[in-house]
Ligand binder design. Structure first.
Ligand code: SF4
Length: 271
């Protein structure tokens, strides 16, 4: 069996919920994009700024096809480029681009840039996946780090990017996660093999639909719920909504007689 082509963002989506990959493959028109445009813009700007953290660099354009990016990376490494941004690699159909790759005769260092002021678990999964790809290709990965925003930095006239960013070394955690990544990749390949186009996976909704990211397929996965339903109540905590959902109290009719906060009951009365 050939492994499916798995990018690092697909890998991270599968860490959240494996059904996202199936839906992205076979039902992608049902994805509803969130209001993330400004988040993406900020991320892009932060990514551009961070590229200069280690001095001069060579950039591999992100919009080129993966095989072109991979070949350009090979050539740059052959030419002993010291800093490459968006260096791209493929191991056994597992693909990744590294935001900033430092390269010297002793090995390479991976820097994953995030436009966030703190480190989240999913960032570690993302960087650890890159370690997986590069180490399995035979690179000596000396360091894996997350670059994120230092919210204590106060900008003076001139922006100092060395002050703007914090760099957290997560090499040890990335190494510890290698077994988990291998088994996740096996699970994902098996999952996609078992669930072909006509065989939609059975996966219930849960708090994972919003953690760490709001899933674009929420509307698709809740299309058979009565409307309005518990998830339409404004202001109620997600956890409380799911508690009601698992108890089978889903429609507003189901919820009418429930002991829930008056302000939520009022919303139900109005409908
Ligand atoms: S909405 Fe939830 S269950 Fe459906 S694919 Fe997304 S994360 Fe998975």
């Amino acid at each position: 069996m050939n492994n499916i082509f798995l990018s690092k963002s697909s890998y991270c989506k599968c860490v959240q919920c494996e059904k996202i990959l199936w839906l992205s493959e076979y039902k992608k028109d049902n994805a509803v994009a969130g209001n993330n445009e400004s988040v993406f813009e900020t991320g892009r700007e932060v990514g551009e700024l961070a590229k200069g953290l280690f001095g001069d660099y060579v950039n591999i354009p992100f919009n080129e096809k993966p095989n072109i990016r991979i070949n350009k990376t090979k050539q740059l490494l052959k030419d002993k480029a010291n800093v490459i941004t968006e260096a791209s690699f493929l191991y056994d159909n597992n693909f990744c681009s590294v935001d900033i790759l430092k390269n010297d005769s002793g090995g390479v260092e991976i820097y994953e840039v995030k436009s966030s002021t703190k480190i989240k678990d999913i960032y570690v999964d993302d960087a650890a996946y890159q370690y997986f790809v590069l180490s399995n290709l035979g690179f000596n990965v000396k360091k894996v780090a997350i670059v994120y925003i230092n919210n204590e930095y106060v900008r003076s006239k001139k922006l100092d990017i060395n002050q703007l960013f914090n760099i957290e070394d997560i090499t040890d955690i990335a190494k510890q996660k290698q077994g988990e990544i291998r088994s996740n990749i096996d699970m994902i390949n098996n999952y996609m093999e078992v669930h072909d186009r006509d065989n939609e996976p059975d996966k219930d909704i849960g708090t994972h639909c919003f953690d760490p990211y709001s899933c674009a397929f929420w509307q698709f996965c809740t299309k058979d719920l009565p409307t309005p339903n518990v998830f339409d109540i404004g202001g109620m905590q997600k956890r409380s909504k799911f508690k009601k959902y698992y108890e089978g109290k889903i429609s507003f009719k189901d919820l009418e007689s429930e002991k829930i906060n008056k302000k939520y009951l009022e919303q139900i009365d109005l409908n």
